[in-house]
Design a protein around this ligand. Structure first.
Ligand code: HEM
Length: 433
């Protein structure tokens, strides 16, 4: 690739993603990226590179090290299916970022330590099961907090991101740690402060004392093993010496934040698309179990397809790997730019359309070009739990007697292609009296 194209790739694809914040979003930057349509431009740049160089992985010179960018669907699946060896999720950039707050999380460890941490998340999050074994208890929490959210929002007649976020994290703390953590906003604030540092990865020193305080507090909550919470399941599970439960749970608390953004965006997309809204209401009237709302779950997955919260999936080769026309040396970076695969309008007519039906009865990890939750052995262990909790939240908000509606609907006009960015922080919903 020419140095001009490498520079264009860094400017159009990498820079906007980093500016928005990889580990925690910077609201001002998200707004700017939306205003300037930079996420759309990133996908177009990828398409141009493909037209110019073909579909083999492209080696990009970036300031950290050479990185192979993936274009072909088969290559995408090969990289994801062959984790953690030879394509390790524990890339150098990710290690630098996540070590700020969870140095032993499975995503950035290797060998037996990764295996133990990953098995812990798989077990407790019931990663293989569409309906978590504690789903009934979780849905009850979601419904209680959704009702409380509507009570809080009612006097102003408006539902905003801040209100939604506060309610969402009450749900998260209760599901993960139990009712005793319901009001522990400080825990959520501490992890947010650590994540803000993590956005700077190598460029900022770690705040070890804050990290230690955060983990001590988290361990106290986990140690209560409150009935009805994931902490109860953790207490029943024998841990190995390298499980590091509080590091795995820190990742869950972090990852529930994109869950909130996705649920809030999903609410907006649903209210902006009358056909889908009618189907969702039909599903609610059908009496289907709130733990397994097929269509509303598909709404969440489709939202994450359109607005992937992990736009860059990074891998690093653990040994030399033979590839099409040469060898990818050990220690090479690999970059999967998810929006390119999800929004490739040269390959899919639904790229910029809200099409939740595409996910009904289908596990996204089985569809080659769609990787909202990654795929293969490194796929997100909450890929069923997130749509379950998100759909229960949407259901409760839709069933409320104050009919909720999206304000400033022009942003999501269903007759136009959907924009590449949807800033969740500025979405607003009206709640007429
Ligand atoms: C919108 C919500 C979410 C999305 C789109 C999402 C997506 C992803 C993706 C793409 C990865 C792979 C990252 C990589 O390879 O670098 C991942 C990993 C992971 N996610 Fe999620 N995630 C979400 C929410 C959650 C939640 C709520 C939890 C926990 C309750 C969770 C737990 C994890 C864990 C533990 C890993 C690491 C897996 C490993 O080490 O192999 N995620 N997620």
């Amino acid at each position: 690739m020419t140095s001009g194209d490498s520079a264009a790739f860094l400017r159009d694809v990498v820079l906007p993603t980093i500016a928005k914040g990889v580990i925690i979003r910077r609201p001002a930057m998200v707004a700017l990226v939306e205003r300037l349509s930079l996420d759309d431009r990133a996908v177009r740049r990828m398409q141009r590179l493909r037209a110019r160089y073909g579909e083999d992985p492209l080696l990009v010179r970036n300031p950290v090290r050479p990185q192979a960018v993936i274009f072909r669907h088969e290559d995408l699946r090969r990289v994801l299916d062959q984790a953690p060896d030879p394509f390790s999720p524990a890339s150098r950039e990710k290690r630098a970022a996540l070590a700020h707050f969870e140095p032993h999380v499975s995503l950035i460890t290797r060998g037996a330590e990764r295996a133990e941490g990953r098995a812990f998340s798989d077990d407790i999050l019931d990663s293989a099961c569409p309906v978590h074994r504690m789903a009934d208890a979780f849905v009850a929490v979601v419904e209680e907090e959704a009702d409380e959210l509507m009570r809080v929002a009612a006097p102003s007649g408006e539902l905003t991101w801040d209100m939604f976020f506060a309610a969402w994290f009450r749900i998260v703390r209760r599901i993960v740690l139990g009712r005793g953590a319901r009001h522990d906003h400080e825990l959520t604030d501490m992890v947010a402060r650590l994540r803000r540092r993590a956005n700077w990865a190598f460029a900022l020193p770690q705040n070890r004392s804050l990290r230690e305080r955060f983990h001590n507090r988290l361990r106290d909550h986990i140690g209560r093993a409150e009935p009805g919470s994931l902490a109860e399941m953790m207490a029943r599970r024998p841990d190995g010496p390298r499980t590091h439960p509080s590091d795995q749970v820190a990742q869950w608390l972090f990852a529930f934040d994109p869950g909130a953004m996705s649920a809030f965006r999903a609410l907006a997309l649903l209210l902006a698309h009358p056909d889908a809204l009618e189907m969702a209401r039909g599903e609610l009237k059908s009496g289907r179990s709130r733990t397994d709302l097929t269509f509303l779950r598909a709404i969440i997955v489709e939202t994450i397809r359109l607005y992937p919260t992990t736009p860059m999936i990074l891998r690093e080769t653990t040994r030399d790997v033979e590839w099409h026309h040469g060898t990818l040396p050990r220690g090479s970076g690999i970059l999967i730019f998810t929006p390119f695969f999800h929004r490739d309008d040269e390959r899919s007519s639904d790229a910029h359309r809200f099409a939740p039906m595409n996910w009904v009865g289908r596990d996204p990890t089985d569809v080659p070009a769609f990787v909202p939750f990654s795929a293969g052995p490194g796929a997100c262990p909450a890929r069923h739990l997130v749509p379950m909790i998100g759909s229960a939240m949407l259901a409760r908000l839709l069933m409320h007697d104050r009919a909720i509606s999206l304000m400033a609907t022009k942003r999501l006009d269903p007759s136009l292609p959907l924009p590449g960015t949807l800033d969740p922080f500025t979405l607003r919903f009206a709640l007429p009296a």
